[in-house]
Design a protein around this ligand. Structure first.
Ligand SMILES: [Zn+2]
Length: 680
């Protein structure tokens, strides 16, 4: 387990570098990432490379016993390149060209840009192929940041037509698969198909989904171009890419197929402001949301089913969210521990020193602009020291009893037809994910192609686009004794984003033992409350279970209703949640978007049936993660808590009192009997 930092030596006079690197080593850092965005410095004019500055910086890092992660510098094509080849620039849906002057302004389908990339990456790879201090490479930077996965230029139009020809073979097959008789959208040849540029009303949903898949494949191909060149130069390097938090347009599973290591960039106090479906609480503004960050940790761990890295960890206040509060005391160390508990093998803070120039002047570093330590420096140092005590080498991979199914096809389809302003795919996943995490359990976030048999329980918050093959495998999982918790809007669409001709949940109907009679999306003014159904089908209104946004009226066949609408509306008394026994296992189908009490209630019954040990329900800001015979108890709140430890479990870092934004690490793996109570 290692702590590291991202460093831009080219932003500082060379006379400063050795002191910087010395201070990194003093803090216990082990990795230094460099050369990101450095194309303009490495190749100031076409064909004239200057590697000496980077050679010197790498040597300095190596001399201090640390390793270097290099980046291909392609996220920032320099001015001379853009001027010589303006056709490499991206185009937005309305035809606006993304001009030089920031970053990520290139098109993934530009053949010219592929050639330029090949040229610069080959030169760098050859230069450092035998350098003993370079451990691995990051390809580019944050593919898709600033909404740049999808480009609508003419190069993309040509590539899209080729992609469609390859997939459909005839345009008649495409018309049939998409259902292009609707609004007279038939094509007579592939030549007629354009990217879904700006239109009067919304674009055809099948065309949009295919464009999103095509755009994603374009990034996969572009990333592979980097990976192939780097592997050819030195096959012992690891190759990674730094993905982003809760990121919509890039399928991490498919890009990761060409990587050895998955990494991502974590900015907790920014993410709660610009990508969480609710107003952030004061504690979230100081430390982020453990489940929002946790789900990304688990997604990126799951992409290759191996330990991941946080390539950029928020070091203090940052420059890009609407507001930039200072993180809580200790939060920067808390995030490193939390990442480790979720399976990270390294956490690199971004950046070493607050920058004097350019767009990120308001972004903190571990050191202030005058070189003195900033708040993050002390936290990074503390995290490095703590984690070194726990493990000199690597920690074991996380072993999760529960899988949560996540699918970019569903995300893309639902993002175009949410059917309610508050229907957001990640937030729906989070409603179920949080319930599992609140019981102290590790969760693997997995693609639908995963082997479900490895898990005691599977949670599928929505299987909106489900193939018959996935439905069959889920059926087999339950038949063999598995427990499945399935959420709303499942079994709705086919793989082309067309409504299935059968009633929802389509191919999952036998498994669920019920069909969906009606569905509705609900604004806040309408009642959203369920109650438990007693054995004689009478609704027990003593305890109300709220839900939000989405409601389905279920019509059970073999299944038993367990919750029904407890309202005065037309849905009153209709089943909303059912349970079905299938073979040796069972399935619970929840036809609403559950609030936390309902999600916990349903999950509890699934975990009990699956025989999964868990702890008492944890407070919102407190989470537990088990890894390698350690239990990390992390507190993302400003409250203080007392820990009750089961026999054989004791703190090795921190103590039995958990202060605000604090962590305790316990030795042992027993969750049952572990409790957290508020200190008054
Ligand atoms: Zn393009």
């Amino acid at each position: 387990m290692a702590i590291g930092v991202c460093y831009f030596p080219e932003h500082w006079p060379q006379s400063r570098w050795s002191r910087d690197v010395e201070q990194m080593a003093e803090a216990g850092l082990e990795y230094v990432r460099m050369a990101e965005f450095s194309w303009g410095v490495l190749e100031p004019t076409r064909g004239e490379f200057d590697f000496e500055w980077l050679d010197t910086a790498i040597e300095l890092v190596g001399d201090h016993g640390m390793e270097v992660v290099l980046c291909t510098p392609t996220a920032t094509p320099p001015k001379w390149l853009v001027d010589a080849h303006p056709e490499i620039l991206q185009e937005e849906r309305d035809g606006t060209v993304r001009a030089f002057g920031s970053r990520r302004h290139y098109c993934f389908n530009s053949e010219q840009y592929h050639e330029e990339t090949e040229r610069v990456v080959t030169r760098m790879a050859d230069r450092y192929a035998d350098n003993p201090h370079v451990a691995g490479w990051q390809t580019d930077n944050e593919f898709g940041c600033h909404d740049t996965v999808r480009c609508y230029c003419e190069d993309c139009a040509v590539a899209f037509r080729d992609w469609l020809r390859e997939k459909y073979e005839s345009v008649e097959a495409l018309n049939e698969a998409w259902g292009n008789t609707f609004w007279s959208q038939q094509y007579q040849s592939f030549e007629e198909v354009d990217p879904p540029r700006h239109t009067a009303a919304e674009s055809h949903p099948s065309r949009l989904l295919e464009y999103y898949r095509f755009s994603n494949d374009s990034v996969v191909d572009y990333n592979r171009l980097h990976a192939d060149i780097l592997r050819e130069a030195n096959d012992e390097w690891f190759i990674t890419h730094n993905f982003m938090g809760r990121f919509d347009s890039l399928d991490a599973y498919s890009v990761s197929e060409d990587l050895d290591l998955v990494s991502w960039d974590s900015y907790p106090t920014g993410f709660v402001q610009d990508r969480l479906g609710s107003e952030p609480t004061p504690d979230q503004l100081r430390a982020g949301d453990p489940d929002q960050i946790g789900m990304d940790h688990d997604l990126y761990r799951g992409a290759l089913d191996r330990p991941f890295w946080v390539m950029e960890q928020q070091p203090g206040d940052v420059n890009w969210p609407p507001y930039c509060p200072q993180p809580g005391e200790g939060a920067m160390a808390l995030w490193a521990h939390h990442a480790t508990a979720h399976g990270a093998d390294a956490v690199l803070y971004f950046r070493w020193r607050r920058c004097l120039e350019g767009q990120e002047q308001y972004h903190a570093g571990l050191r202030k602009q005058d070189g003195t330590p900033d708040r993050g420096y002390e936290d990074a140092k503390a995290a490095a020291s703590d984690l070194e005590r726990l493990a000199e080498g690597s920690l074991e991979h996380v072993d999760a009893p529960v899988a949560l199914i996540h699918d970019y096809d569903a995300l893309w389809a639902l993002s175009e037809q949410p059917h309610a302003p508050t229907f957001e795919y990640w937030d729906l996943l989070n409603a179920f994910y949080s319930a599992v995490r609140a019981r102290g359990l590790q969760v693997d976030v997995v693609h639908p192609s995963t082997a479900f048999g490895e898990y005691d329980a599977v949670v599928a918050p929505t299987l909106h686009l489900v193939t018959d093959e996935v439905a069959d495998r889920l059926h087999a999982f339950v038949e063999d004794g598995g427990q499945l918790l399935l959420g709303p809007r499942s079994g709705v669409k086919d793989e082309y984003n067309k409504l299935r001709p059968t009633l929802q949940p389509g191919p999952l109907t036998d498994l669920v033992g019920a069909t969906v009679e009606q569905h509705e999306s609900l604004p806040a003014q309408l009642e959203t409350r369920l109650a438990r159904v007693e054995s004689d089908d009478v609704v027990d209104s003593d305890e109300a279970y709220p839900f939000r946004t989405w409601a389905e009226w279920l019509s059970p066949a073999e299944a038993n209703p367990i919750f029904a609408y407890d309202t005065d509306g037309i849905e009153a008394g209709r089943p909303a949640v059912v349970r079905n026994a299938v073979g040796d296992g069972g399935v619970c189908y929840c036809g609403v978007w559950p609030e936390s009490d309902l999600a916990d209630e349903l999950l509890e019954s699934v975990l009990t049936r699956a025989g999964v040990d868990r702890c008492e329900r944890l407070p919102d800001g407190v989470r537990i993660g088990a890894r390698d015979n350690y239990l990390w108890v992390t507190n993302f709140s400003s409250e203080s808590y007392r820990l009750e430890c089961p026999t054989g479990v004791s703190p090795v870092i921190g103590g039995r009192v958990l202060d605000a934004f604090d962590v305790s690490v316990l030795e042992g793996d027993q969750l049952e009997g572990l409790g957290v109570s508020r200190l008054d």
